[in-house]
Design a protein. Structure first.
Length: 474
């Protein structure tokens, strides 16, 4: 029957690799397969939001991501070869004690994927390149995937992380509902350019009927990313060196010879689409296979990574037998509304109806409406932390809460007056701290993905919750 694994992950993009890492560190036998012969080579998804930086820290790649990138530069507007002045690319947000990260971090998509691939390999995980999936069937015990070449793979579960044109989604018959965000196609390329400083994101507003042009220095490299709006129904987009030279010279003050090399180039039509469902039996959709974003606002890759982060611990808990299979139903319950909200935000930013700011950082996203969010306290103030919310960071003594949360385990956090009461759960790490800002007093059972699953004034009732959620696995 071919290779036998617990989880087959189709697609070695950010979502697939992040899921592979999370499963590998939990001891789950997983295989990531990729149609192409190598990782994606371009810069397209280059913004790592603060919430995703928290996720990467937990997955063991935070330092590598920080070293590979840098902060975003300020925008610089140009007209007729003259600088018009700096342009704020996003709204300033208040500093938050609850996160160690204050801003998006620029890391090129190809570099992010290299880092995740290296971490997956370090953990003993595998990626099989050149494996084009052509068929998928399932029964009550598992999934069988067939490939254009090589033996089939048998797995207990499969995850489609194979992009916006997902083969798996098509084979499952899952539709996508969406819209064209902008009828004009967009060209994006990584190029080498001389004659521009690397301290600014250079923006050339539309003029003489042409679309916008933006040249962004790419952190950690000598490249610039070219973004250019092209005309709907216009001639075929020329992605060659000469084509890029002509485009940049026509829309800026730069001489064609200033463009010395094209490293990667592509074009696409901005759209927003959401899969009608995120699951079919034993197969789940994640990343672009489940939701396709305009790149405006930097939400696509980040939402994709967090799909994986939500699904990984749940698959591990069910596969180990510690949690009922019904736990996997909470993946779509939690992630589809988040994806829908981020799609709307991306579209509004693309159309100039919203600005990049606190919402794009994704720190405020949560799962209060989930069946996994059980809040037993009453009469809470409006600003109180509740079950379903992201568990914020915080300092106490010589440690930080994120240090306690880091890893594959659940954490029982006992805060304030409740800290003197008996509060223990078998197999769960207990952390006791004095009353602390956002948390107030109470008992909080923090999930492996950093969200509050259960909250109470005391630990009474936590054990019953734990029995159905795979608590203690990790």
């Amino acid at each position: 029957m071919g290779v036998d694994v617990d989880v087959l992950v189709v697609g070695a993009g950010a979502a697939g690799l992040a899921l592979g890492v999370d499963l590998a560190r939990r001891g789950v036998r997983a295989l990531v397969v990729e149609r192409d012969g190598r990782l994606f080579p371009g810069s397209r998804g280059k913004g790592i939001q603060p919430r995703t930086r928290e996720v990467f820290d937990d997955l063991g790649v935070g330092d590598a991501v920080r070293a590979a990138g840098g902060p975003y530069p300020a925008g610089m507007l140009w007209r007729d070869g003259e600088r018009l002045g700096e342009h704020a690319m996003w709204d300033e947000t208040e500093l938050e004690e609850g996160s160690p990260y204050r801003e998006p971090w620029m890391v090129l998509q190809w570099r992010t994927q290299e880092i995740l691939f290296a971490r997956l390999t370090e953990l003993g995980g595998r990626v099989a390149f050149g494996r084009e999936l052509v068929g998928i069937t399932q029964d009550g015990e598992g999934v069988t995937a067939g490939f254009a070449d090589g033996a089939p793979v048998r797995a207990r579960y499969a995850v489609a992380a194979d992009g916006g044109r997902s083969t798996v989604r098509r084979l499952l018959g899952i539709g996508m509902t969406g819209e064209t965000v902008d009828p004009n196609p967009v060209l994006v390329a990584d190029v080498r350019i001389t004659g521009l400083d690397r301290d600014h994101w250079h923006i050339f507003p539309p003029a003489d009927g042409a679309g916008f042009l933006a040249l962004c220095p790419l952190a950690g490299t000598e490249d610039f990313q070219v973004s250019a709006q092209m005309a709907e129904g216009g001639p075929a987009i020329d992605l060659s060196l000469e084509g890029l030279r002509s485009l940049i010279a026509a829309r800026s003050h730069l001489d064609p010879a200033a463009v010395t090399e094209v490293r990667w180039a592509s074009d696409f039509r901005p759209r927003a689409a959401l899969a009608d469902r995120f699951r079919e039996g034993r197969v789940f959709l994640a990343g672009d296979a489940a939701h396709v974003h305009s790149p405006a606002g930097g939400q696509g890759l980040n939402t994709s990574v967090q799909d994986a982060y939500n699904l990984g611990w749940k698959l591990a808990a069910v596969l180990s037998g510690a949690a009922p299979e019904s736990l996997l139903g909470t993946y779509e319950e939690e992630r589809r509304p988040v994806a829908a909200a981020m799609l709307g935000l991306s579209t509004r930013i693309h159309r100039g109806e919203a600005r990049r700011g606190a919402a794009t950082q994704q720190l405020g996203l949560g799962y209060r409406g989930s069946s996994l969010a059980v809040e037993t306290r009453t009469a809470l103030p409006a600003e109180a932390l509740r079950a379903g919310d992201r568990a914020p960071d915080g300092a106490w003594e010589d440690a930080r809460l994120f240090d306690a949360f880091r890893g594959t385990h659940w954490t029982l956090l006992v805060v304030g007056e409740a800290a003197s009461a008996s509060a223990e759960l078998p197999g769960v790490r207990t952390v006791r701290i004095p009353s602390y800002g956002t948390y107030g007093d109470g008992v909080f059972l923090v999930r492996p993905d950093g969200y509050v699953g259960w909250a109470g004034e005391t630990a009474e009732g936590a054990a019953a919750y734990a029995a159905g959620a795979g608590v203690g696995v990790g």
